[in-house]
Design a protein around this ligand. Structure first.
Ligand SMILES: Cc1ncc(C[n+]2csc(CCOP(=O)(O)OP(=O)(O)O)c2C)c(N)n1
Ligand SMILES: [Mg+2]
Length: 369
């Protein structure tokens, strides 16, 4: 054993914790390419698709808010501001990958193939909103903060054992990063080199709790260090950077190197949910405006317009399409028969225990009257 200093200085022990976790960025807030070497290889069509998707989900978010105010939806977590983080990560997956979203991650589910009306059914708390086709590799949005990391670790190990070339991808928030489950999931996946890509969408707030109260660690990306896995911080308002990092993480995991942790620095515009919190009461003045200045759509709009790939007309078309699609999807959701209590009791266990079985019988008797 090496000779030890005659005094333990904790300040010195803190030094190695100042890891330089540089934020990966390709497109700055002015729409300028600042890291051409990192630019992913994408066709013009693929570049345009990113903008179409971001514009679509910004409008979808506003439709959701309107439907919620009309009393047509239940739990709604706004996504505006997080488009690049959500859509850049999911774009790096294939349909073989299994995804484990959180409650704010409906866009990723829809991009992965969830029929849109089911997203609304989920919001309404209808059991059919969480019933997926067998070949759809996804789990319903997790409400228990961080629990999806443990599930993703298990699924990733299964993927590895079955010799499949795929990953499990999951998302939590800055608040979620303080949950034990998040570290347990990363640690387990790291120990068994399971192909998982863990995303922390650091939008600065966990309801009214600021990021600074989550951890003394300077970054959330460095939470990978103790799990022995790579952690990387990316500008979550830059879809090109998010995509490039997520794609590289997927390749790394698929090649058998184990999991990766990605922290996306982003922001949620507006409230945590549409159930009543008011960010004006807890966010510092000017914060929303500051982040609006970093908007993922604005910078990408400039980038594409300068390339001659985007126009106001094109954007208006996408917005109109989003409005129509949302209208059709809410109608479809509303045409589904109201759920029965017996239905969700039947969904609790594959084989109901005696108490649940008795309740199913009681409710069926009432429902069939
Ligand atoms: C285990 C657990 N604890 C508490 C809650 C209540 N809760 C719901 S959302 C939330 C904040 C989560 O913040 P963050 O992880 O940053 O995600 P964001 O909502 O910002 O996307 C809390 C504490 C919960 N759902 N689950
Ligand atoms: Mg948060």
């Amino acid at each position: 054993m090496a000779k030890q200093a005659n005094k333990v200085t904790f300040e010195a022990l803190l030094d190695p914790q100042n890891f330089d976790f540089e934020t990966v960025q390709i497109l700055n807030e002015k729409g300028e390419v600042v890291n051409p070497d990192l630019m992913p290889e994408l066709t013009d069509e693929e570049l345009v698709k990113f903008m179409e998707d971001m514009v679509f989900y910004r409008e979808w978010n506003d439709r959701m808010k309107a439907f919620s105010r009309q009393g047509r939806l239940g739990f709604v977590a706004p996504t505006s501001g997080q488009e690049a983080s959500q859509l850049g990560t999911i774009a790096a997956t294939t349909s073989d990958d299994v995804i484990f979203p959180g409650y704010r991650d409906l866009p990723q589910l829809m991009q992965h193939g969830l029929p849109r009306y089911k997203a609304f059914l989920w919001s309404k708390g209808h059991v059919e909103g969480s019933q997926y086709p067998e070949d759809f590799h996804a789990y319903p949005p997790q409400i228990i903060i961080g629990a999806q990391y443990v599930q993703a670790a298990g699924a990733a190990l299964g993927i590895k054992k079955n010799g499949r070339k795929a990953i499990a991808m999951t998302w939590t928030g800055d608040g979620g990063s303080s949950q034990g489950d998040v570290y347990e999931g990363m640690n387990y996946a790291g120990a068994f080199k399971a192909p998982a890509v863990f995303v922390i969408q650091n939008n600065g707030w966990a309801i009214s709790t600021p990021r600074a109260y989550q951890t003394a660690a300077p970054t959330l990306a460095q939470k990978g260090v103790a799990a022995g896995i790579p952690g990387i911080q990316v500008d979550g308002m830059d879809i090109l950077a998010v995509y490039a990092v997520a794609k590289a993480a997927r390749e790394y995991a698929v090649e058998g190197n184990g999991p990766v942790l990605i922290e996306t620095l982003c922001y949620r515009y507006g409230a945590h949910s549409l159930s009543g919190d008011d960010p004006k009461r807890y966010q510092p003045e000017g914060a929303q405006e500051h982040w609006r200045g970093l908007d993922p759509l604005n910078r990408y709009r400039i980038f594409l317009t300068e390339k001659g790939l985007w126009s106001e007309e094109k954007e208006a078309e996408v917005v109109a399409n989003a409005k129509e699609t949302a209208k059709a999807a809410i109608k479809e959701a509303e045409s589904v028969a109201p759920q029965k209590v017996s239905d969700f009791l039947k969904n609790m266990f594959e084989t109901p225990d005696s108490i649940i079985a008795e309740q199913i019988e009681q409710y069926e008797a009432k429902e069939n009257k």
